[in-house]
Design a protein around this ligand. Sequence first.
Ligand code: HEC
Length: 236
Amino acid sequence: MKKQINTIIKNAWMFAAAIIISLFSSCYYSNSSPGWEYMPDMAHSVAYETYSSNPFFPDSMNAIQPVPHTIPRGVYMPFHYSPQQTGYDSAGVNLSFPTWLNDEEREQGKHIYEIYCSVCHGKGGIGNGTIVENPKIKNPFPPPPSYFSENLINLPVGKMYYSVYYGKNLMGPYGKILNNNEIWKVVYYVKSLQQHHADSTATAGTAIASADTAVKSTANNGGNANAASGDSASKK
Ligand code: HEC
C-alpha cells in the first residue's frame, strides 16, 4: 500500500515537472519561426499579391477599386465644383479660407509647397523652379506664371484651390495627392507669399493687403457652401 502511494506521489511530481517544463519552454520566442498555432481561426488573413489574379472577384483582379461614390473616411472631402469653367468661376466666388488657418498652418503649407510646388514655381513663387531653370535639363519646363503677376495676385483663393485640386493646363492635379486641408494650407502659403511681396513693394501694398485678412474676414458663405472649404472639415 505504502509503495503504491509512493509511486503515485512520484508520478505526480513527474507530471508537475513536465507541465512546468512545457510551460517554461512555451515562453521561448524565436523571431524566425511563427511557432505552432492550434486554432489560428481567422487571426491571419491570406496575403494576396496586389496585382495577381483572384477568381473570387468578377474581374479576377486582386486590386479592386473602391465601391463607386465612396471616399476614404477622414481623408478626402468631396469637392463639389465641376471640372468645367463654371466650376472654376463658382469656386472663386464661393470658397474662402477656412478660419482655422494660422501661422503654424502656413508653415506646414510652406513645407508642402517646397515638396510639391517649388520645383516649378520656384521657392519664392516667381516661376523659376529647378525644372525650369536648371541648365543641366535638356528640355526645361516652360516657366509657370509668377504668383506676383497681375492675374495671379488678384486670383481669388477659391480659384487657387480649384486649380491645385484639378490642375491647370501644364500643371497636374493635386486633388488625390493632397487632402482638403493640405490644399488650403498650401494655398494659404501662396497667398502669404503674395502678401509679403505686396508689402515689400510699396506700390502694390494696398492692392492685396486683403489677400489674407479680407478673404477671411468677409466670412461669406464659402465656408459652408462646400465641404472642401475646410470649415466644416475637421482640422488635421
Ligand atoms: C509641373 C510644374 C508645376 C507644379 C509642380 C505646380 N505647378 Fe502650379 N502652375 C504651373 C503652371 C504651368 C501654371 C500655369 C497654368 C496656366 O494658367 O496655364 C500653374 C498655375 C498655378 C496657379 C494659378 C492657377 C490659376 O487658376 O490661374 C496656382 C495658384 C498654382 N499653380 C499653385 C500651385 C501649387 C500650390 C502647387 C503645388 C501643390 C503647384 N502649383 C505645382 C506649373 C506647376
